[in-house]
Design a protein around this ligand. Structure first.
Ligand SMILES: [Zn+2]
Length: 303
């Protein structure tokens, strides 16, 4: 079902009540007028809800309202999506023409199933495209990529307050059915695709883990079976990295195994040489788990 935005609900309720009242009292002329207004209201609010995506680029304009955009109402053309990917998404540019088609199809399929919410910042068309592209990059070698557990993607302009620890500012997290991202960090880190940091890939690692092991809807059987091999190797390296002299992973990654997993995914995509150099078994377990080999620029292998 296509969920409605709040402006549309208000307009339809307003004219709809007059329409139904006119019908009830058999005032046919009024019923026709309010019927037409209800239909017009439906279409004009649909356009209005998406017009802010049209011509803007992300540069941090502040606007203190919250906006909600439904992926299936965005109607971005393929040209628009491709121009954003060309400009900002190196992974897409490294693909063959056939793989680009697959990437685009998956991206659109993913985007139309999500609702995108912006907080204190206007909706830029790059937001739904680039966050969907990040999910597709992460899952490009997998069968299941839609993350049906996650209905909402929230964009905050910068670090935001953690709901469970109110005094703590974070760059991203997953909670309930939402993936939450600081746009400033997301975009900033995409400018440096090989610095080992990507809040987008980090949160996707949490989300795909949760999808497959906790919510267990539409699980990917290869991801689930590959994870046990990763788990065995990663447990040893998790302990090794706590010792002085081993510093591929950040201190934050050593907080718990979930964070270690999420940072493994960042390093796997962003600095595959460093990971393979330090821990070849960890690299190969992730290569088999995600069915991708970024070290050799192979985005999707044949199992
Ligand atoms: Zn994390």
């Amino acid at each position: 079902m296509n969920p409605m935005n709040s402006t549309r609900i208000k307009v339809l309720s307003f004219f709809g009540i007059f329409f139904l009242t006119s019908l009830y009292y058999h005032v046919w002329a009024a019923a026709i007028v309010f019927g037409v207004l209800t239909i017009l209201g439906y279409f004009t609010t649909s356009k209005e809800s998406n017009k802010e995506w049209e011509d803007q680029e992300a540069h941090g304009d502040m606007d203190l309202e919250e906006h909600c955009y439904y992926g299936d109402e965005l109607n971005f053309s393929n040209e628009t999506i491709i121009s954003i990917l060309d400009k900002r998404f190196p992974f897409y540019n490294s693909l063959s023409p056939l793989q680009k088609d697959k990437f685009l199809q998956r991206l659109v399929a993913f985007m139309i199933t999500k609702a995108f919410k912006t907080h204190d910042v206007k909706g830029f068309k790059e937001m739904p495209v680039l966050i969907s592209a990040t999910a597709i990059q992460f899952s490009f070698g997998l069968e299941e990529f839609l993350l049906p557990h996650y209905e909402f993607i929230h964009f905050y302009p910068q670090e935001f307050i953690h709901t469970r620890a109110p005094d703590k500012y974070i760059e991203g997290n997953v909670s309930g059915r939402s993936i939450n991202i600081s746009w400033k960090h997301f975009l900033g880190e995409y400018q440096y695709p090989d610095d080992g940091q990507s809040v987008g890939l980090h949160e996707m690692a949490h989300a795909y883990y949760y999808q497959n092991f906790v919510s267990k809807e539409e699980t990917d059987k290869d991801f689930v079976s590959g994870f046990s091999r990763y788990n065995n190797t990663a447990n040893k390296i998790f302990e090794l990295e706590k010792k002085p002299g081993n510093d591929l992973f950040s201190e934050y990654a050593l907080k718990n195994f979930q964070e270690f997993w999420a940072e493994s995914a960042e390093l796997f995509f962003e600095t595959p040489e460093a990971m393979n150099g330090a821990y070849p078994q960890l690299y190969s377990s992730l290569r088999d788990l995600l069915n991708q080999d970024p070290l050799n620029n192979i985005p999707s292998m044949i199992r």
